[in-house]
Design a protein around this ligand. Structure first.
Ligand code: MG
Ligand code: ZN
Length: 219
């Protein structure tokens, strides 16, 4: 039987994701895949999360971007943790997502035995990162309150595959007049089980609940 091209690509990806997952399990590493559109605040959330966790937990980061090391450099300013950069351009044709093979290519640069938690900051994109298993244990999506409450209805896949949603930039709600209930209602229409943590990477509001959820997953 001939598989459609898309299915064949995803099948190959899933095989490599399985190899990654086995390596992570062998190294005793819990892996979080952090995904969102560009500008939702993944890196700002990581900065604050690393600052809170890195003193106690052995954390590593894989940074995915089309080009450059800007986010990796931001993280290295707040925490002394191993950060591995994946640039999809030019090695991977400038892809707008990370896939299992790219993670596999980065693993030799990470001492998994010396880590408890690896957070992968995916390429900023609200669509295709959700299609690629990279061997992670949990998928965490960031949506900011500047993006519009219609996003779960327009781009449902990422909301369906996520294990938690971080609703970022809630410090802007008073200025923007954002209807947070409308965000929550649309998220619930697409994925009623999805835990939603309203927070602000700028002020730190709401971070305790997110960090408690993360700790409970990795216990
Ligand atoms: Mg970023
Ligand atoms: Zn893509």
């Amino acid at each position: 039987m001939k598989l459609p091209v898309g299915q064949a690509i995803l099948g190959a990806n899933d095989r490599v994701a399985g190899e990654n997952r086995a390596d992570f399990a062998r190294g005793g590493v819990f892996v979080v895949n952090l995904m969102s559109a560009p500008g939702s605040g993944k890196t700002a959330i990581l900065e604050r999360t690393l600052a809170a966790l890195a003193p106690q937990r052995r954390v590593g980061v894989i940074e995915g971007d089309v080009q450059g090391r800007l986010d990796a450099e931001r993280l290295l300013r707040v925490a002394d943790v191993p950060v591995v950069q994946i640039n999809t351009d030019p090695v991977y044709g400038g892809e707008c997502h990370l896939d299992a093979r790219m993670i596999r290519g980065a693993l030799p640069q990470l001492a998994l035995d010396a880590l408890d938690l690896v957070i992968v900051e995916n390429v900023g994109n609200i669509v295709c990162p959700a299609e690629f298993d990279i061997g992670e244990d949990r998928r965490v999506m960031v949506l900011s309150v500047t993006e519009g409450e219609d996003k779960p209805l327009k781009y449902p896949l990422m909301f369906r595959v996520a294990d938690a949603l971080l609703l970022n930039k809630v410090d802007l709600v008073p200025a923007l007049g954002t209807d947070l209930d409308a965000y929550r209602a649309n998220v619930a229409r697409v994925n009623p089980q999805l835990p939603v943590f309203a927070l602000s990477a700028r002020t730190g509001e709401g971070f305790d609940a997110w960090l408690a959820w993360l700790a409970a997953q990795t216990r």
